[in-house]
Design a protein around this ligand. Structure first.
Ligand SMILES: NC(=O)c1ccc[n+]([C@@H]2O[C@H](COP(=O)([O-])OP(=O)(O)OC[C@H]3O[C@@H](n4cnc5c(N)ncnc54)[C@H](OP(=O)(O)O)[C@@H]3O)[C@@H](O)[C@H]2O)c1
Length: 213
């Protein structure tokens, strides 16, 4: 079931592949969507900016820029991950401004194996030599957000690419790795669901694209 987002005020910080898909999904569900980007011309090439409630131009690590962008917003979604300073500054801005929730992208390596205790990167270490470093980069961001102490959902995807449409069948797992590939469109569905419900608050959520759109 897809939850409507009518009137929900969602800010997306960084509109790359994932951020663009989140903007589209949130707009389609009736949310009031604003963005913070470094390059407004690049934004205009990927999103119909007339559909946006506001565009803030600046760096997602700058406290003053963040304060302007998050004012009056219900949920902040970061479209950029593996950036500890950005994670900390966005979390601080969320806290200062009374925003209800921060959704942050980490990686599939940060969810757990089915035993619930083994970090998923250990499953891939042998055939994926960089797995531990990727895990550590993302984990630093997760720890920074938890240290600031804000309500949050950590999005823990494997590889993401655009497929042009949502799949018919998205497998979602909480705190467990669902798999190592998910489309941007399926990722955006999970993230907007996390934005408008409290089902996954405080948890990592992972999903895998199963079938064609
Ligand atoms: N793609 C994957 O396969 C994958 C897998 C697992 C996890 N992830 C995580 O998910 C995140 C999103 O993935 P993606 O594929 O959408 O990445 P992406 O296309 O590179 O998008 C990242 C966006 O973040 C923006 N950004 C970076 N630093 C910023 C800053 N300081 N202030 C404002 N905006 C900033 C970039 O803006 P500019 O356009 O100005 O550069 C870009 O638009 C990644 O950062 C990664 O940590 C990705």
């Amino acid at each position: 079931m897809t939850t409507r987002a009518d009137g929900r005020k969602i800010l997306v910080v960084g509109v790359g592949g994932l951020g663009r898909a989140v903007v589209e999904e949130a707009l389609d569900r009736g949310a009031e969507v604003s963005v913070l980007v470094r390059d407004p011309d690049k934004l205009a090439r990927s999103v119909d900016v007339r559909r946006l409630a506001a565009v803030t131009v600046g760096d997602g690590t700058d406290p003053a820029t963040l304060d302007r962008a998050v004012a009056g917003v219900d949920v902040v979604v970061s479209g950029n991950g593996a950036h500890k300073r950005m994670a900390r500054e966005i979390a601080r801005a969320v806290k200062r401004n009374g925003v209800q929730k921060l959704i942050w992208p980490a990686g599939g390596t940060n969810a757990f194996a089915d035993d619930g205790v083994t970090p998923a990167y250990k499953l891939h270490e042998g055939r994926f030599p960089g797995a531990r470093d990727i895990y550590l980069a993302h984990q630093g961001c997760i720890d920074a957000i938890r240290q600031v102490g804000v309500n949050h959902v950590i999005w823990a995807p494997g590889r993401m690419t655009a497929r042009g449409a949502r799949s018919r069948d998205i497998e979602v797992k909480v705190d467990r790795s669902a798999g190592m590939y998910v489309s941007y469109e399926d990722a955006a569905w999970v993230i907007v669901e996390a934005a408008v419900t409290d089902a996954w608050d405080g948890h990592l959520v992972s999903a895998a694209t199963q079938t064609g759109g």
